[in-house]
Ligand binder design. Structure first.
Ligand code: FAD
Length: 388
């Protein structure tokens, strides 16, 4: 279908919170599938032709993969998608079911087709066609594959990319000497499903964030856990105010505007006490050890020099942004990060990163979707290029 229409105005990659927020705002600005009319009655004419590609089998983004014990009662708070009522709170329902159901309802109301399961493998300059007069830059060529083994779609030519690929597919595990010789099992947050899988085992839980705390609680009474973090986790006594949230996000934004490597928003906000966590401290469950210095074939060497036998190392050590498909565009600068200007890559107005850096939360993803669409339409109209 797309091949027949030639160049599309924009490709949205990823249909998690950030990608869907962009879809909502694009539709309100008259966006439509290539060669089709706008599906929204009364939408402004002349909106951009847009293709949305998502690697998942169905709606939900990374929420489809969260572990069973992460319920609507234990998530941090999920912001509603634009134009939607809030997620209905059924506290005991796993987030991996509740959020995908909610996203599916959103997609029913926002009928811009999402092509699934289609993973983008490479985005590069298209040198075969003349530059886009609006930006003075080459068009982009988007290569993709179907993750269900179906035939690869034809490469797309596009004027711009709204990249909203999240982090779930890029688990981060720090390098620790001896890791290769470990004979036990290693597991990352992205692979954890339920406590029963680790029943009766000795588990080293590594990480100072919300996921590590969740695993310690989930594994209580099922496995024998020891908790390791590099730094003393910082808990907040006071409720997190909007002002504190803004400051934390501003700190992360400052770094990306300077082209520095991204820090997570949570690392800037600290952890909030909950009644469940306070009770866990009273039971002696949250006893933190300094990060181990070496992995041994049958355990770990602790910072004080003690050997501890463990069967499983559970890395709750976070994620990196999934941007590997953008490597051919060489977006990273000398300071180690991608310098951003709003949601656009400062050196390349064809590329917007949503859910990246300061917008890596459900509220941030919502805002990024709106901001990116506004900026994108300016760029496509050629107005950004005309600026002195
Ligand atoms: P995702 O939801 O990850 O969506 C990315 C989409 O892109 C996926 O559908 C994926 O399949 C697709 N994709 C990836 N690569 C490609 C590719 N190459 N081609 C095509 N498609 C691709 N935030 C909160 O505000 N509240 C919370 O309670 C909360 N809890 C969290 C709990 C955990 C365990 C984690 C890891 C994060 C949590 N966050 C929370 C952060 C929040 O999940 C994210 O910031 C937000 O949901 C991310 O949305 P996203 O659209 O950027 O990414």
């Amino acid at each position: 279908v797309v091949d027949a229409v030639g160049v599309v105005d924009a490709v949205v990659i990823g249909a998690g919170q950030a990608g869907l927020s962009a879809v909502h705002h694009l539709l309100r600005r008259g966006a439509h599938a290539p060669g089709a009319p706008s599906p929204i009655e009364g939408a402004p004419p002349g909106g951009p032709g847009v293709v949305v590609l998502d690697a998942e089998e169905g709606p939900g983004g990374a929420w489809r993969h969260r572990w069973d014990a992460l319920t609507m009662a234990t998530v941090n708070g999920i912001r509603e998608l634009p134009g939607m009522p809030p997620v209905e709170p059924v506290p005991e329902e796993p987030a991996s079911r509740a959020v995908p159901d909610y996203f599916a309802r959103f997609e029913g109301r926002n009928p811009l087709p999402i092509l699934r399961p289609v993973r983008v493998t490479r985005v590069e300059d298209d040198r075969t066609s003349p530059p886009d007069p609006a930006t003075g830059l080459p068009l982009l060529r988007v290569h993709a594959e179907r993750t269900d083994g179906g035939p690869a779609p034809a490469p797309l030519r596009t004027r711009a990319v709204l990249n909203a690929t999240g982090t779930w597919t890029r688990p981060f595990v720090p390098a620790v000497p001896g890791a290769r010789d470990f004979r036990g099992r290693t597991l990352h947050t992205a692979e954890y499903t339920r406590a029963e899988d680790l029943a009766g085992l000795r588990v080293a839980v590594v990480g100072g964030g919300i996921s590590a705390l969740g695993f310690l609680l989930d594994l209580e009474g099922v496995a024998e856990t020891t908790w390791y973090t590099r730094r003393e986790p910082v808990f907040r006594d006071e409720p997190f105010t909007e002002e504190a949230g803004r400051l934390a996000v501003a700190g992360v934004a400052e770094r990306v505007e300077a082209g520095l490597p991204v820090r997570s928003v949570v690392s800037a906000t600290g952890l909030a006490w909950t009644p469940a966590l306070r009770a866990a401290v009273d039971r002696g469950l949250l006893h933190r050890h300094e990060m181990f210095t070496r992995i041994l074939p049958d355990g770990v060497l602790e910072a004080e020099g003690r050997r501890r036998a463990v069967d499983v190392i559970l890395w709750a050590t976070g994620f990196r942004h999934e941007l590997r498909h953008l490597r051919p565009l060489h977006l990273h600068g000398p300071a180690g990060g991608i310098r951003m200007q709003g949601t656009a890559v400062a050196a390349d107005p064809r590329i917007h990163l949503l859910g990246y850096g300061p917008s890596a939360s459900t509220i941030g993803a919502n805002r990024a979707g709106r901001a990116a669409v506004t900026e994108l339409l300016v760029t496509l109209a050629g107005d950004a290029h005309k600026k002195p």
